[in-house]
Structure formats: structure tokens, C-alpha cells
Design a protein around this ligand. Sequence first.
Ligand SMILES: Cc1ncc(COP(=O)(O)O)c(C=O)c1O
Length: 360
Amino acid sequence: MFARSLPAFRPSLRRGFTTRSVQGLVGAIGNTPLIKLEKLSEETGCTILGKAEFQNPGGSVKDRAALGLIMDAEERGVLKPGGTVIEGTAGNTGIGLAHVCRARGYKCVIYMPNTQSQEKIDLLRMLGAEVYPVPAVAYENPENYNHQAKRHAEKTPNSVWTDQFDNTANAEAHYKTTGPEILEQVGGSGNIDGFICSTGTGGTLSGVSRYLKEHAKGVQTWLADPPGSVLDSYIRSGGKLKERAGSSITEGIGQGRVTNNLAPMIAKMDGSLTIPDEKSIEMLYRLLDEEGLYMGASSALNVVAAYELAKILGKGKTVVTILCDGAYRYQTRLFSRKWIQSKNLESAIPDHLQKYVVLP
Ligand SMILES: Cc1ncc(COP(=O)(O)O)c(C=O)c1O
């Protein structure tokens, strides 16, 4: 009952060094803290915990997938010393891949939709990646960034298209690391009632859910969707795939199809929720104000979802979600008055939190 009987926290500047030094950058991926969100836990009478994936060296949950995909390519013998890693990515997987490529001596080529933030594109280039921002078109279109990445790899000797969406080495990385870490951090089976998060590739949700369902008695695993994604309706309708319609301010999440990473687990989900952008932006500002956490929009959406799931499961339960990345990569949008107005979200931010909208 570790998570439910946490001793009162006594702040201290002394830090305990409980881990040994690690082997290079890749050794620093994972083993992130599990943070109790105090105010939201108090409000719901539950324990709401966020896995601090923004603390990975590349700044996001996608470092785990990046390392898993590269290790898989090495193990399969398709990536040899001096080779090139090629991926289609909305940004964070690319950043993770670029870091791991530098640490392991590979070249890195990234295709991404040109709707993504400039901060992410710049960072990829600073990390030495060759970046191709391409028009954001549907997966069915041959010019979609994933297909372009695949074709680039077909033309490049000693290269691998890591295929984060359908290569299940992605979910496997979360099955082997994120899932076990969460279970250990809550104090083992019986101490976690719910896990919920949104999906891009579905690697995180699928890998963590599979591990928890195998090892944590009675745990429920739920999917959270942004507007414009089809997975919530897919689950609620018992497997009917609708056309993608609408959009969201969140980046890196939302899906128009069931990826190979998600496929083995989607029918095993206990439920799903769609979270409107109004709630995500409000939570983004609340996390900053109440918890001191400077989070990106997918993390804020995940926390709203965890809050809703806590209310569904009832008082005394423990619910875990993922804090995917920080706001640093999106700050020129998320804290800009003009941008928030352009998304019709100004009124979603309560008056006492308007002071955080500091950019024109
Ligand atoms: C900011 C952010 N949050 C969440 C996700 C979703 O993670 P997954 O691909 O494991 O579903 C991504 C994926 O790129 C992301 O960039």
C-alpha cells in the first residue's frame, strides 16, 4: 500500500544518491520519478501519479522508444557501425533518435509534418539530424512523412527505417522498462487501480498496459484521445474505424488508425475518454500554478484524463499517467495570447491563471 500511505513529505535540500553512475547517454534513459500530483489527488480523494518522462535526456517519453528501436535494428543486424537511422516523426522520437545516434555514431534523417513547432525542428538540426519538414497529409497519401522516410531508407545503403508506428520494438521498450518501473514505484501489485494515457504510436499505452495487466492484479487500463483522433470512438463502438475529423492543440498524439504497436492491446482496454482542448489548456496552466510543473499539452491532456478516471474509479484509488514532455518545445504557442485567441481557448483559462499568458 506504498502509494496510499506515503509519509508526509518534508522538503529538504539534501538529495539521496540512490543510483549508481550510468553508462553514457543511453544509460540515463528511463528510471524517471513518479510524481504525486498533490492538489488533484486531494481534490479527487485519490492518488494521482505522473511518470516524469520529461526528465529523460532528450526531454520526452520518446527517448525510450528511440533506444528500443535502435537496439532492435542493431540486434537484427540491419544497422551496422556508421549506418543511418531514418524516421518519420512528429518531433520527440526524432529528438530521442538524434541523441542516441550521436551517442552511438549513426547518422540521423528525420521526416516530419511541417505543422510541428519550429523549436522542435531547430533542435533536431542542432542535434545533427538532417530534417525534412513535409506537408501534413493523411497516412493514405504516398507523400505522408512516414512513407517518405521509408522511401529514403530504401535508397540509402546501410540504413534502417525505424518505423516507430508499426515496429513493435517501440511498445516492447515500454513493456520492459516503463511498466516495471511504475509497478515498482507504486509498491507492487494491488497498489495501482488505473493507468491512462493518450497515444501517438500507441507504444507507451500498449507496452505499459500489457505489463500492468500481466503483473498488477485488477488494474484497469484506459486510452485518452485528443479531438480529431479516432481511437476513443473505435473502442466505444467495439472496433468501428471512423474518418478522421477535427484537430487539437496537442502535438505528438491523436491517431487515424490502429497501429501495430496498439493492435494487440486495443481490444483489452477497459475504457477510453476524449479530452477537449479547453480542459487540456486549463490543466496545463493549473499544473504550472499548483504543482510547479511546466508541461506540454499531451501531458496536460493525460492529467485531465487521470483526474477523470480517478473520479470514475472512486475515492481511495491510485491512478497513474504519463508526463510526456515539458512546455519548452511549445512555449511560443502555449503562452502566447495571440495563439491562444486564434484557437478560441482564451476563456478556457480561468481568470487567476491568465497572468501566465506572458507572450504577446
Ligand atoms: C509529446 C508527446 N506526447 C505523447 C506521445 C505519444 O507517445 P506514443 O507514441 O508512445 O503513443 C508523443 C509521441 O510522439 C509525444 O511526442
